[in-house]
Design a protein around this ligand. Structure first.
Ligand code: MN9
Length: 291
């Protein structure tokens, strides 16, 4: 799989009336390409995918693919609770030129692992030539994907990658030893420096919408063997992420992008708009985000 570097999981900007702001999305993509990102992850958790209609998801993906115009790869997240909807999105992603597809496991009904593996097999059938990236985010999906069970998904679907949004790096390391050919994507931006030695291929994350330059620098330090500078960079980043988690990660990203001139509106309900106090906290560290 030809994916590397820092891959933002794009936010979905909204207008004041709540509709998708496609102009801001285009502007954000162009800005991030100019900053040197390695690709885009479209319609993921950060994009509020479960708060978008199916039509909006398709139109957002089309906007991303068209704006990127082949400059970097685009991964389409298709995740849905039902196989049919996911497969429809897979057909669409393939037809418009996405480079890879990805999905969280189906959730809520506590499907058996056999059912989950079949879900991925069905996606693979719907987009046969596209690499499939499993998206593990147990804190949100409630599904644990680990070294003991991931083989069932790989065997059923031929999945070639894993986006790993979990704090358990021992498990990631176990997966990397057991499946050396699986492409691994770091999912918790606050662990980037820790995941690099495990052998990740790239990082996919929300905070790259606002501060990709910090991670690009961190990777340069790491590649040059300057591990203490890389660790210091992560500390600088994590001070910011800690505040973002307190306020709401997507809310913080949208607020800062707005300050930088890319209007993103609020997150969709039931997410609440930021309070004056939360905005003040974010204003206080905005300069640190930009550096
Ligand atoms: O998968 C993102 N996860 C979610 C990527 O959006 C749930 C991460 O980039 C986190 O937002 C970030 C903060 O924990 O690492």
């Amino acid at each position: 799989m030809n994916l590397s570097g820092i891959i933002p999981a794009l936010v979905t900007p909204f207008k004041e009336d709540g509709s998708v702001n496609y102009d801001s999305l285009k502007e954000l993509i162009k800005t991030l390409i100019a900053k040197g990102v390695g690709g885009f992850y479209a319609c993921g958790s950060t994009a509020e995918c479960f708060l978008l209609t199916d039509d909006e998801r398709k139109k957002v993906l089309e906007t991303v693919v068209n704006t990127v115009d082949g400059k970097v790869p685009v991964i389409a997240h298709l995740g849905n609770i039902g196989t049919d909807k996911t497969c429809e999105l897979a057909h669409h992603a393939k037809s418009i030129g996405a480079c890879a597809v990805s999905s969280v496991p189906p959730f809520y009904y506590k499907f058996s692992f056999e059912e989950i593996a079949q879900y991925y097999a069905d996606i693979a059938k719907s987009a046969p030539d596209l690499p499939l990236i499993i998206y593990s985010i147990p804190a949100f999906s409630g599904v644990s994907i680990n070294a003991d069970n991931i083989g069932k998904i790989i065997d059923a679907s031929g999945a070639q990658g894993l986006k790993y949004t979990d704090y358990n790096l021992f498990e990631l390391e176990k997966i990397s030893r057991k499946y050396p050919n699986l492409s691994l994507f770091n999912g918790h931006d606050e662990l980037y420096v820790n995941a690099l030695p495990v052998g990740i291929d790239a990082a996919i994350g929300s905070t790259f919408n606002v501060m990709p330059q910090k991670y690009i620098k961190l990777k340069e330090y790491f590649d040059a063997g300057n591990l203490s500078a890389a660790a210091d960079k992560q500390k600088e980043i994590n001070e910011i992420i800690e505040a973002m988690i307190k306020v709401g990660v997507n809310q913080s990203i949208k607020y800062w992008l707005g300050k930088s001139g890319i209007s993103c509106g609020d997150c969709r309900k039931p997410f609440a708009p930021l309070t004056a106090e939360q905005r003040k906290l974010l204003d206080g560290i905005y300069d640190k985000v930009l550096n």
